[in-house]
Ligand binder design. Sequence first.
Ligand SMILES: Nc1ncnc2c1ncn2[C@@H]1O[C@H](COP(=O)(O)OP(=O)(O)OP(=O)(O)O)[C@@H](O)[C@H]1O
Ligand SMILES: [Mg+2]
Length: 270
Amino acid sequence: MSDEVLLSAQDLSVRFGGVLAVNKVSFDVRRGEVFTLIGPNGAGKTTVFNLISRIYNPTTGSITWHGGPQPIALTQLAPHSIAALGIARTFQNIELFEHATVLHNLLIGRHVHRQTGLWSEIFFTGATRRAEIAAREKAEQVIDLLDLQHHRDSMVAGLPYGVRKVVELARALCTEPKLLLLDEPSSGLNVEETADMAFWIQDIQHELGISVLMVEHDMSLVSRVSDRVLAMNQGEVLATGTPREVQSDAKVVEAYLGTVDDVSNLRRAA
Ligand SMILES: Nc1ncnc2c1ncn2[C@@H]1O[C@H](COP(=O)(O)OP(=O)(O)OP(=O)(O)O)[C@@H](O)[C@H]1O
Ligand SMILES: [Mg+2]
């Protein structure tokens, strides 16, 4: 992990009617790190993702992308431009094409890379053919990486939840992101599947060199894979630091008082 900043959020706030869902939140995601947002339900974690994905406009604040030659203010961009910059995400509730195969879902994920125009698509020119071949090669690589060979030609609708979760991760990886946003990668997974997910997140970081911004409730997973953690509650940042620093922060302990198990898990695993 370097100290180089990949994405910077400064003073982000968003209000929904009377609710200040995110309140003056600032953080930097560094190149190569796994940076994790934790916090009780309703803390504003998914809303931070939705601000980065441009699903919402912040009421105040800025998000700057440092993944290209020049810094880019994300809040000036249309939502579809975000993926093209190299930011991919998975959703808290899996979002896949249920009535398509795993392979097709992964190829759809690649569409962000298609630079070819309408005419070349119609006439299936060399550029289109090369894009198609590159997409298939990438999809096959990701299928191998995440052990999805068995399910390659299965309809998503018929797959167990745990496998669909991995397919969603695979689809995001097929876009070859620089930054991967994972919203609760372990939710709904059993202990074994969660352990696999931890390995894959570490592979994605170390083998593929992709930076990860994650939201996660499972504190043993958080401690295992995160370089740094940001704890938030009711829209505000409580603490930022290593998993160990954050778990021993008095404000974090207090915010988790209702769920003491979470904090003790974090402590045990740190
Ligand atoms: N589109 C919206 N309209 C109105 N309120 C919203 C909207 N999106 C989020 N909120 C509110 O913002 C707050 C933060 O929600 P958010 O989904 O970001 O929480 P979270 O930290 O992801 O929680 P969880 O751990 O349960 O997923 C909540 O009070 C939620 O009800
Ligand atoms: Mg959420």
